[in-house]
Design a protein. Sequence first.
Length: 133
Amino acid sequence: EAVRDLARDSNGDPDRPEVPLAMADVLVPRGDWSAASAVAQRFLSSGIDLDNPWTKRFLRTSLDEGHAGQLVELLEQNGGADRFLPVLEAIRAVDEGSAHRLMRLAPEVREPALEMLRLLCVDPVSLELMKFV
């Protein structure tokens, strides 16, 4: 399915940012985090485009497969503390299973982190509980 979506989205251009993310998205559920993170590194080094559906797909797949800690490391290696703080905090909240950690953040980080958490969390029960955070 991911390959079919990639062919549609990239119009056959291997330099499109969707290509490495789609490759990484395919590798993660196959249990090859090492290869997936190496491929994703190419894309992440230039930043995260959260409007790109492949970005969200890769992040969600990584979280669904239990790679929250490795995902944090990957983002931190690419300037995460400065460039991806709301994303990192949202991923850490998913890893901990609670959005409460976000309440300790400054509002300018907390609000984007909560929004990112909503984007990354596909479990409707979790989304329902986040309304009360």
